[in-house]
Design a protein around this ligand. Structure first.
Ligand code: S3P
Length: 449
């Protein structure tokens, strides 16, 4: 089932060349943060380029439930924030839908305010681990009561006298880091997060933009981020760059569909997010960055991807995992069309995403005629070479947008196409995926009725 409706079965047929310009939507991670920090600032923040996908819309609704006023005028979102510590107690349960980022960041943002809130989500989100966030929030003085195994639905009782925290994240997770930093806003003194591997740093950048004091140091222990609590956040005017994780789909499709040449403009290329593009180039992809520049504190470029007949399997270094964690599913579709074996290690976090992404891709790829080996923390795809994937099967998308889109991309190059049982979840992050891909020349069909 889709997160917000009935299943939408879809098929991608093997297509002719993909050509043209792909204007992908705004960055999901930055969109969530713009709404949450806008709600915590004093006064009106404006946001353009916000991703209007279901995940982000759920976060906007949640911010309204905590007291922020939010309205849209044309393409601009206006957020009237209530200030750090100013969140009201929501009158209803907060439903974060499919979004781990939404729920974990919002839990952090309310945990050091003396209010109570109950969170829930769809079947995918309600299976995902929340202790990774509630453990550090308890150190601030917040309490959490949820289902067994630390699952949603869950109630958080915000700390009435929060204390600052020094916390080394046990898993490489920007959501955990961000939850701690957002909680740190409401605590007096310095909150410190230490991460062994650097994860996406949008929270740090945006907090600094809103006027918080955030200092990042790279040390032998790892990356140390120090936030000074109880700032007054100044409202901002934010232009959200386009999402590299969404750009990944037209880019990867262009590389494996014969004759393709696709331009994907204005893509955020924050180094903590751009690992996929480095990996693709190492595999022999014809992928170039044009017009490199900086916008709103984030590096940006136009990506040009052309059909690459000589892709070869590589070993993806484990230290790159955090910078491409959401892109392994679509990378595995490209790897299936390459010559040789692609080995991906240090990736056990993939098992606790919207689905167990190693299992979901491994099962679907095998059904499509591709050899996959896997362990808890690694997997390997043996490519069948250009045009060599048989396809022609229906696979489960498991309430996971990136699994659905990855198999549809594979279907564009597979001999007999590929079908997914439900493309509905695509709307969580990339609501214009179907028309955008169709405009490039892809043939994606809904198999309804
Ligand atoms: C995100 C962090 C990552 C990523 C997710 C977005 C964020 O999750 O997979 O899609 O915006 O902070 P983890 O923090 O679980 O690695």
């Amino acid at each position: 089932m889709s997160s917000h409706g009935t299943p939408i079965p879809m098929t991608a047929h093997r297509a002719g060349p993909l050509t043209g310009t792909a204007e992908v939507p705004g960055d999901k991670s930055i969109s969530h943060r713009a709404l949450i920090l806008g709600a915590l600032a004093v006064g009106e923040t404006t946001v353009t380029g916000l991703l209007e996908g279901q995940d982000v819309l759920d976060t906007a609704k949640a911010m309204q439930a905590f007291g922020a006023e939010i309205e849209t005028r044309g393409d601009t979102w206006h957020i009237h924030g209530v200030g750090v510590g100013g969140f009201a107690e929501p009158e209803t349960v907060i439903d974060c839908g499919n979004s781990g980022t939404g729920v974990r960041l919002i839990m952090g943002a309310m945990a050091t305010t003396p209010i109570i809130a109950t969170f829930t989500g769809d079947a995918s989100l309600n299976r995902r681990p929340m202790a990774r966030v509630t453990d550090p929030l308890a150190l601030f003085g917040a309490r959490a009561v949820g289902r067994s195994g630390g699952r949603l639905p869950m109630t958080i009782v915000g700390a009435s006298e929060p204390v600052p925290v020094r916390y080394a994240t046990p898993v490489p997770s920007a959501q955990v880091k961000s939850a701690v930093l957002l909680a740190g806003l409401g605590a007096p003194g310095e909150t410190v997060v230490i991460e062994r591997e650097a994860t996406r740093d949008h929270s740090e950048r945006m907090l600094a933009g809103f006027g918080a004091q955030v200092v990042t140091e790279d040390t032998r222990e790892g990356r140390v981020i120090t936030l000074t609590g109880q700032p007054e956040l100044r409202p901002q005017s934010i232009a959200v760059p386009r999402d590299p994780s969404s750009a990944a789909f037209p880019v990867c499709a262009a590389l494996i569909v014969e004759g393709s040449d696709v331009l994907v403009p204005n893509i955020g290329l924050n180094p903590t997010r751009a690992g996929l593009f480095t990996t693709l180039r190492e595999m022999g992809a014809d992928l170039t960055y044009e017009n490199e520049r900086e916008e709103g504190g984030e590096p940006v470029a136009d990506l040009r991807a052309r059909f690459s007949p000589d892709l070869r399997g590589i070993e993806v270094p484990p230290e790159r995992a955090a910078s491409m964690i959401d892109e392994y599913p679509v990378l595995s579709a490209v790897a299936a069309c390459a010559d040789g074996r692609t080995l991906m290690t240090g990736v056990k976090e993939l098992r606790v995403k919207e689905s167990d992404r190693i299992d979901a891709m491994a099962q679907g790829l095998r059904a499509a005629g591709v050899e996959v080996q896997e362990g808890e923390d690694w997997w390997a795809v043996t490519g069948r070479g250009q045009g060599g994937v048989p396809g022609g099967v229906t696979v489960e998308s498991r309430l996971d947008h990136r699994i659905a889109m990855s198999f549809l991309v594979l279907g564009m190059a597979a001999q007999r196409g590929m079908s997914v049982d439900d493309g509905g979840p695509i709307a969580t992050s990339f609501p214009i995926f179907e028309p955008l891909m169709a405009a490039l020349g892809a043939q994606i069909q809904r198999n309804e009725g």
